[in-house]
Each structure stands twice: as C-alpha cells, then as structure tokens.
Design a protein around this ligand. Structure first.
Ligand SMILES: O=C(CO)COP(=O)(O)O
Length: 263
C-alpha cells in the first residue's frame, strides 16, 4: 500500500486575502518551475477563512494542483452559533481539507477530545478530509507519557468512526513543545509516536485501514530537516507552520523527494 505524502501548510492567522494571492501565485509558479510531481507529494494550504474564496478562485482559474482548506470548522450544522463556520460552507468553497483540534485551538479555545471528535465527524459528513491534530506538551513529554497521552487524544477524536472513515482521514502528530520554537523532535521521536498512532489504528480498525491512513509530523519542519523526517517509515508528510509562509522553504518541503540527503 503506497500512501501519497501530504505536505500541508498551516498559515495560522497570517496573510490577508491580498497577501494570500501573492503567496499562492508564487508557490504555484515555483512548484511548476521546479517540476514538482503531485504524485510524489500532495501540497495543501490551510488558510484563514477570509482567504478561502480567493484561493479557490486562483486554484480553479489556473487549474493549480494545490489543495486548500480551513484551520477549523464548527461542530454544528447551522443556526445561532455566532462567529462559527460550518463544514457545508467550507465544502461549498471547494475545501478539500480542514484542520481539527490544533493544539492552539485546544490551548486557547479549550477544545477537548469530544469537541474535536464532533468536528471530525462534521468534516467527514461534508466530504472534507479532516486533519486531526494531536500531540503532547512539554511536561507530558518529560514525564515519558507522550505516547499514552497522544493515543488517548486519537481515541477521543476518532471515537465512533468506522474503518473506512478512519482510512480516509489524516492524523497529524504535533508535539506542542516543537511548535514555533525551532525545537524539532528528532526523526526517531516523530517515528515513535507516528508508529504508535498507526499501531492503534491497526488494533482498532485492521491492517488495510492502518496501511492507508496518513500520519503527518508537525513542529518546526523546514527544508533543512524534512528529508530525515520523511525517511521515517510511519511519517507520511508534514504539517508546516512558519515555513509554509516562505515560498522557497515550503516548495523545498514539497519537493523533499528531490532534496539531497545530509551526511
Ligand atoms: O503548528 C504547526 C503546524 O500546524 C507547526 O508550526 P511550526 O512549523 O511553525 O513549528
């Protein structure tokens, strides 16, 4: 079973829709100039809600091989939920992906596993691939509880899903202590937890599902460290924050398969 690597750029709260146009155009130009092969890595940007329509117009107008999506979605279908955006609204804008349960949502908006699970189900029901984010903080890591902690988050978010649904989604392991800090988990750290996640999926949903589901690593991924991270058996891609705002760096990440290996 081959899993197409996925390189997802999470812009977080950066770039207005005018700036988004500039970045998407430059990214598309660079990827095509360097002959990026979409069969070897799928490239996606997760953008602020206010940028989605603009990105959709560029992707559809120029037939770009660039996926796009949102960074969050409501757990509700419609109604009196001021400020929220539903999965069907995102689907109408052509979003292929949405991040759910990012550590910044968990930390600043008190999202728990039950809410992350509800959002995951709404995305799936609307035909959008959820990128379910999990990962431990520094104290949990220091206590040696990172695998158990992360698997509990996976179990909570994927509760009630069938094997087909689990196979279709993406799980992103992002150790909180490695996000935006320049502190990268070692490739072995990334592999340990990504393998444990796949092992959990295998136990719960069988071999086919485990061999199909894509598990990403996120946390200070850059062009300079992506090759060694992608060399890990159970890492199927990266969820990239800061470096996704830099066209040169993000296009290098997208073309990880062409980069020289260090050492
Ligand atoms: O949170 C992240 C992606 O979702 C990781 O961010 P950085 O790549 O900036 O560490």
């Amino acid at each position: 079973m081959t899993r197409t690597p996925l390189m997802a750029g999470n812009w977080k709260m950066n770039l207005n829709h005018v700036e988004a146009t500039g970045l998407v155009q430059k990214l598309a130009w660079t990827l095509s100039d360097k002959r990026h092969d979409p069969a070897r890595s799928e490239v996606v940007v997760l953008v602020p809600f206010t940028d989605i329509r603009t990105v959709q117009t560029l992707v559809e107008g120029d037939r770009l091989t660039l996926g796009y999506g949102a960074q969050d979605v409501s757990a509700h279908d419609s109604g009196a939920y001021t400020g929220e955006v539903s999965a069907s609204m995102l689907a109408k804008l052509g979003c292929g992906y949405v991040a759910v349960g990012h550590s910044e949502r968990r930390q600043y908006h008190a999202e728990d596993d039950a809410l992350v699970g509800a959002k995951t189900r709404k995305a799936l029901a609307a035909g959008i691939t959820p990128i379910v984010c999990v990962g431990e903080g520094l104290e949990v890591r220091q206590a040696g509880e990172h695998v158990a902690h992360t698997l509990a988050q996976v179990a909570g978010a994927l509760d009630g899903l069938d094997a087909g649904q689990v196979a279709s989604l993406v799980i992103a392991y992002e150790p909180v202590w490695a996000i935006g800090t320049g502190e990268v988990a070692t490739p072995e750290d990334a592999q340990e937890v990504c393998a444990a996640i796949r092992g959990w999926v295998r136990e719960q949903h069988g071999d086919e599902t485990a061999d199909t589901v894509r598990v990403l690593y996120g946390g200070s991924v850059k062009g300079s460290n992506v090759v060694e991270i992608m060399a890990q058996t159970d890492v199927d891609g990266a969820l990239v924050g800061g470096a996704s705002l830099q066209v040169e760096d993000f296009s290098a990440i997208a073309r990880f398969y062409d980069l020289p290996t260090l050492g």
